[in-house]
Write a protein that binds this ligand. Sequence first.
Ligand code: GLN
Ligand code: ZN
Length: 763
Amino acid sequence: MVASSVLGFPRIGAHREIKKVVEAYWAGKTNAEEVTKVAAEVKKTNWTELKQRGVTYIPSGDFSLYDHVLDHSAAFNAIPKRYQGQGLSALDTYFAMARGRQADGVDVPAGEMKKWFDSNYHFLVPELDDTVEFKLNFNKPLEEFKEAKALGITTRPVVLGPITYLAIAKATKEAKPDFDPITLLPKLLPVYKQLLNELKTAGAEWVQIDEPILVTDKGANYESQYGSAYPELVSAGPKLLLTTFYGRLESNVNFIAKLPIAGLHIDLDRAPEQLEKTIAAVSSTPIVLSLGVVSGRSVWKTDFATATKYGEKAVSALGQDRVIISTSSTLLHIPVTLASEDKLTAEQKDWFSFALEKASEVATIAAVVSGSQDAAIAAALEANRTSIAKRRDFEKNSDDSVRKRVASVTPDQYERKSPFTTRLEAQKVLGLPKFPTTTIGSFPQTKEIRQARAKLGKGEITSEEYEKFIEKEIESAVRFQERIGLDLLVHGEPERNDMVQYFGERLSGFVFTQNAWVQSYGSRYVRPPIIVSDVSRKEPMTVRWSKYAQSLTSKPMKGMLTGPVTILNWSFPRVDISREIQAQQLALALRDEVIDLEAAGIKAIQVDEPALREGLPLRRADWNSYLNWAGNSFKLSTAGVGDHTQTHSHFCYSDFDDIFPQIQRLDADVISIEASKSDLKLINTFKHYGYSNNIGPGVYDVHSPRVPGNVEIQERLKAMLAYLDQSLLYVNPDCGLKTRGWKETEASLINLVEAARWARQNH
Ligand code: GLN
Ligand code: ZN
């Protein structure tokens, strides 16, 4: 029989139980016992549901109250010194590491968060140095294994692999220069062995050990570490299924197949081309091959015909007992269940499958590949065939005019009419002083704004009333900016619930869910829109507000749009056409908006691309192709305007070293970047490469309520001026101000304006 498996499951609970209880705990409204109780209920429901759906290998130990990497650090005693000896309980120490703690005389900042591989999930970066004393504080996989067993469910515990754990860690500030966490492997292994051994004693037959670092370029550097560590780990007990996901193993498969592991998992959703090579690599070994055929990253129904084909290929080479049909990765990145959606049409519901539905899919595909004659399986197979065929029909009849338009884009549409220096002259019509001051777009999203939006949603106020309210908000934002003396104004984005959702709701081709929450970090969940068909603009989306804002003032008003790459990367994309085509469709819709804004008298237009960098593929060999189409779609969206119109873009990060030429190629007249927390190396990058357009490196951090002093901002500017051409420098914060309060926003911006005045007088 071919077995089925799920590599991990969303933690939130079908009704957001975990988010709610954890936030209540932070607010002091509930206690640790209640958190444990709710967590136990959610785990029980998850395990029971997976079992009912016929999944052979059900994960345990993957649950988390905040982040699984942080769980690992806490369990292995990799707890930075600043959190120790503070008199905190284990749970409070854990949350202090996650989000900092400022109470009762304790004042510690949170650990650093980073994106987990190429997903929108953030993990807490382990901080290590030679002084760390690994020991098993808590065997979480064991506890959860036992917890499930007590419910009569045998699970396959999940453990983050030692090499990936060390590879994603960073050195503490106290570490020796050039300290590399991987050198801690010999110290870490005994603790892993203890953990595995305890699992074996408790009756675990298999353990899933996650090593996603193997699908990155870095993976190949660890060949010798894999070679030495895994025989030791294997000697400790249960059979190990080494899992790799989010990408392809490439030549790493050669050394991995030589390890004494009992199973290997590969991602066939992201890299179906690696199937044959992997079969060949394991065929003369006893290794069981786990095939990730059901996507853990997309919300679309699996095409059983394709999945079955892969399964049968593996079975014919290895035999049924050496093949597992699995999700491609953990299901953490997709919502819990379609059953919670009652606003989607029946047709739309039939396209998708969320985590629980994917669990049924792996079980069904495994049965099909096993040659099951069961009538229910035959019916499921038939139903899948019908629904995939219907979806294909829908795709065929999608918006033909959009496709024709994409196909007829000409090279000149990607380029502005004149080079930057000519545009710079033409843009003098904006009347900006030297060191122009501006903000990134949003102003505080106050309680009143959220309430008005909620009331509109519930029909408690009319759209006329709502629009009047928004106009009032815009007017006060404009008056505020005039009063404190900013130069290039914004309308403040009060009408936007979210920078992607706002546009998704106004474009054709998107659908929205009610409960499809996906973890971004900790208790923060997002509900990405789903792109289901060709994307086009029905009517102008922002012109009304920008035009209104401009009518209130003689200062230039900046139009504000979310870029094509960011809309795409923060949505669930289609899988029937490439992301490149989807980005182009979005770009054309935005291009129309940009041109309409220009026609409405808006002289500066910002197209935000904060997600451009995070979309970078895991393998460098794939970077160029991504950066090409991503950059092109930005250019296509912005290049339709005249020389006198100033285009802006904004990026919320400060890593430009390796993508610099692409940033220059975007040819935005002004870019703003996050810079307040990085050293001047960042600015030096721009000098080093000779960045030629206007640039506004953020002069203060917007993620904290702290108000930067005027002199502090002056110092920042002074330091920047040592590197950047003063005639090209803009003065702005790091990012939008929507999460801030008005009090600190006002104080900070007054100081920013003051510092720019100082720069004008002294340069
Ligand atoms: N214009 C957006 C804002 O100010 C940009 C947000 C972002 O970069 N994430 O809110
Ligand atoms: Zn930003």
